[in-house]
Write a protein that binds this ligand. Structure first.
Ligand code: HEM
Length: 517
């Protein structure tokens, strides 16, 4: 065939692809505009132009976007609609509406917003749906049973000691707690859930953490640009190519962990097998450093071996999901909590007294010690109310859903649940900006709507790692607070919040640590 013939074939193919793409896009736009028409009865800000919708509101810096979202929540409670080009959504703010959407399996499908994470997390537990999600959740749930968590406490205590050493070496200096907490959480999830000990000399883990931050920026950039939601256009864009670079870092890191664990998995001990089957009552046994720890990754490897419909790729997507969900969320929550405690000396003293009275002269808490620290738990809960790491989540209605106001979201509507604003509702939390752990005294929350507090989401697709996270957070806080007095450097007023995959403080969170005698 000559060049002219080849060119004709190429041009014909290109035209067919372009026309198909155009028809597909126009059809989607038409469907979305129809959907938006149906949502017109929902209140919301005025669109700046018919074509762009509220694009100008969303395409801002992550700091400004945070401020805008909070203003919209105040102005349009209990819900408002937003449209970016052809893509519209209803944003809900009241516990009643959260219950309608989250309290049922009917609307458990994740929205298009999550597809932006697909290249990274693939079809892991966070993104998967239907039968696959049900089956994976069933396989993974035992990995978070309290008898397994007890087993992890020794690891959390070990990792906590390393952080104490870092602080000791720099005590009385101002430190960025975000870096500290991120290191703690990454080591803890690796050693516990993955059964893998990170080598502090490996620079891959730093690259991994940096790549997660970069993915946060990329996510917000792409979110505000619906044309980049198209995988092909995204792949061809500079941001898409940048993401590809970060994905290689993220995936190489987790693949190395999986391969290392696979090579030793055959050597799983009888003790570990026993732990899988049997709840062990004595929590001191878990404090023994000689015992090997049961890893969540082992459960996946075992499921693969048992032919439970999980293959190597399936394991990779779960490890990517758990490494991200199980490290960054907790690190963020811990950092904000340390800042709040530093800024409230009376509350800090009360936590210190509780730790002293439970531990007496011991330094290392057992599982049951941590269960007794109710005041500390209330402080963590209140901190997660004010700074929920996962500040919003999103769903698609699987059928028409009537909200508390009587307005209807037709099947296929994207619903954004603005957790940050649900938690700052002054009707439910008077003086909502105030850090007041007593809001979580049993008497004070018994009449509260169950969906008024949802840092771990709620309903069938709630956070599988919430007890893991609470245990991990308590361990680090006990370790730090019994040895250091926290002095505030940053305050809730000085930090600048930005929204990414999780909320972050733009310039980190600084705290000073003074050793206690
Ligand atoms: C303070 C720490 C944490 C917070 C605030 C948090 C919050 C959340 C929230 C809000 C969701 C729902 C997401 C959605 O519906 O889109 C979620 C889901 C999830 N979380 Fe967490 N999380 C935390 C810690 C953890 C930890 C430690 C792990 C694992 C070790 C974990 C693993 C997961 C997974 C796998 C899901 C998806 C569950 C599913 O869809 O079945 N999270 N988390």
């Amino acid at each position: 065939m000559n060049y002219a013939g080849e060119n004709i074939i190429f041009i014909t193919l290109l035209s067919i692809v372009s026309v198909t793409l155009l028809v597909f896009t126009l059809k989607r736009c038409y469907r979305s505009y129809k959907n938006f028409e149906k949502l017109a009865k929902f209140d919301g800000p005025k669109v700046s132009s018919f074509l762009l919708g509220h694009w100008d509101l969303i395409a801002q810096t992550p700091e400004m976007l945070h401020t805008t979202l909070r203003q919209l929540a105040k102005k349009y409670y209990p819900h408002y609609n937003l449209r970016i080009l052809h893509h519209s959504s209803v944003n809900i703010l009241s516990p009643e509406d959260c219950e309608i959407i989250l309290g049922t399996k009917k609307h458990s499908r994740k929205s298009v917003i999550y597809l932006l994470l697909l290249n990274w997390l693939n079809d892991g537990l966070l993104l998967s749906k239907g039968e696959k999600w049900t089956q994976r959740r069933k396989i993974l749930t035992p990995a978070f049973h309290f008898s397994i968590l007890k087993n992890f406490l020794a690891i959390f205590n070990e990792e906590c000691e390393k952080i104490i050493e870092v602080i000791n070496n720099k005590s009385s200096e101002t430190m960025d707690v975000v870096a500290l907490c991120s290191e703690f959480a990454l080591y803890a999830i690796n050693k516990s859930a993955m059964g893998h000990t990170l080598d502090p000399r490996d620079k891959e883990q730093l690259q991994y953490r940096d790549a997660i931050y970069s993915m946060g920026d990329i996510y917000i950039h792409r979110l505000a640009r619906p044309w980049l939601h198209n995988p092909l256009l995204y792949f061809l864009s500079p941001t898409g190519r940048q993401e590809y670079k970060f994905l290689r870092i993220l995936h190489n890191f987790t693949r190395t962990i999986i391969k290392k664990r696979m090579s030793t998995f055959e050597n799983i001990t009888e003790f570990e097998k026993l732990l899988k089957e049997k709840e062990v009552e004595d929590d001191e046994v878990y404090l023994s450093q000689k015992k090997r720890k049961l890893a969540m990754l082992d459960i996946l490897l075992q499921a693969k071996q048992d032919g439970e419909q999980i293959d190597y790729e399936g394991i990779c997507e779960e490890v990517d999901t758990f490494m991200f969900e199980g490290h960054d969320t907790t690190a963020v929550a811990l950092s904000f909590c340390l800042m709040l405690i530093a800024n409230h000396p009376a509350i800090q003293e009360e936590i210190y007294q509780e730790i002293k009275s439970v531990l007496e002269n011991r330094k290392t808490p057992t599982y049951s010690d941590l269960q007794k620290m109710e005041y500390l738990e209330r402080c963590i809960k209140e901190s997660l109310r004010l700074y929920p790491s996962v500040y919003f989540i999103s769903r698609i209605t699987d059928e028409d859903a009537v909200l508390h106001s009587g307005l209807m979201c037709p099947e296929g509507t994207t619903i954004n649940i603005q957790i940050f604003d649900v938690h700052r509702n002054p009707e439910i939390y008077p003086d909502p900006e105030k850090f007041d752990p007593d809001r979580f005294l049993p008497d004070n929350c018994q009449n509260r709507h169950p969906f008024a507090y949802i840092p771990f989401s709620a309903g069938p697709r709630n956070c599988i790692g919430q007890r893991f996270a609470m245990l991990e957070m308590k361990t680090l806080l006990v370790g730090i607070l019994q040895r250091f007095k926290l002095i505030p450097v940053d305050t809730p007023e000085t930090i600048v919040i930005r929204v990414e995959l999780v909320i972050r403080a733009k310039n980190g969170i600084k705290v000073k640590f003074i050793p206690r005698n």
